[in-house]
Design a protein around this ligand. Structure first.
Ligand SMILES: Nc1nc2c(ncn2[C@@H]2O[C@H](COP(=O)(O)OP(=O)(O)O)[C@@H](O)[C@H]2O)c(=O)[nH]1
Ligand SMILES: [Mg+2]
Length: 249
């Protein structure tokens, strides 16, 4: 090989190396840009979700809570078939949009579906006195909300608000939590069996709430933080709810 050939080869080799580094550089830049876009969209999604959905069975106290928070007084309550929407200003944290979703079985899913995308938080209101009588319905509604695909992907904060604490026979949040966990466990078993019967080997995991192989516990829902608090809208005791709103906003 002549000297000229060797020089030419050296030049070609170094050009190849340069091209190689060039490709890595471009790939790195594209990767970084994609990462930044991803972080931006993700943050924007979280920041722009300012909704707080008040859900729960009829007569649990949602509308009274809504009017105490928005109008600072009780407004004549009626069985509503429409949602109430109001703006809640949280000190140092900006505004939240409070949505009181009607509890009627036939309409609640439709209303929840149209607001769940904007939910930064979900307040599930229940009547702490009539829980024994309504336990099945309460657990079913709660299960539907917590296992909703949009909810588990957006991960709003969840508060289970044990309302009507002023009632002499009202149960406290801790008792309510364990009663609910037992009922949700029963519900999960029946639902899992039904789903298995319908779709053998189907997409069962996405419906499974909590941890497999042990009894249901709220703490085991990996995608959601579920908290419990007490309130009495009647006696204007909404302090725990206010604190939770302050932390979520
Ligand atoms: N004792 C008691 N009654 C309440 C409380 N909160 C709501 N209520 C009453 O429960 C009934 C249903 O309340 P409402 O806000 O309309 O419930 P919603 O159907 O969930 O919107 C009304 O008569 C309220 O006055 C509470 O904390 N204690
Ligand atoms: Mg109402």
């Amino acid at each position: 090989m002549s000297k000229k050939d060797e020089t030419l080869r050296g030049v070609l080799d170094s050009e190849e190396k340069n091209a190689h580094w060039g490709t890595i550089g471009v790939a790195l830049i594209v990767g970084l840009i994609t990462l930044f876009i991803f972080i931006f969209v993700w943050r924007k999604g979280r920041v722009s979700r300012r909704g707080i959905c008040l859900v729960g069975l009829c007569e649990s106290g949602k509308t009274l809570i809504f009017s105490q928070l928005i109008y600072k007084k009780a407004v004549e309550s009626f069985t509503s078939m429409k949602e109430n929407v109001g703006v809640l200003n949280i000190a140092n944290k900006g505004a939240l949009k409070l949505i009181d979703i009607p509890g009627h079985e036939r309409v609640r899913q439709r209303f929840f579906d149209s607001y769940k995308n904007t939910a930064r938080g979900i307040v599930f209101v229940l009547d702490s006195f009539s829980l024994n009588k309504d336990i099945r319905d309460v657990a079913e509604y709660l299960y539907t909300i917590l296992s909703d695909p949009v909810v588990s992907s957006n991960r709003p904060q969840v508060l289970i608000l044990c309302n009507k604490q002023d009632h002499p026979l009202a149960k406290g949040p801790q008792v309510i939590q364990s009663v609910l966990e037992k009922e949700m466990n029963v519900l999960r078993n029946t639902q899992t069996n039904q789903l298995e019967a319908v779709a053998e080997g189907g997409n069962r995991k996405s419906f499974y709430l909590g941890q497999e192989g042990k009894n249901f516990e709220f703490a085991d829902i990996r995608s959601l933080r579920v908290e419990f608090a007490a309130s009495s809208a009647q006696t204007e005791d909404l302090e725990n709810l206010q604190k939770w709103l302050q932390s979520v906003a």
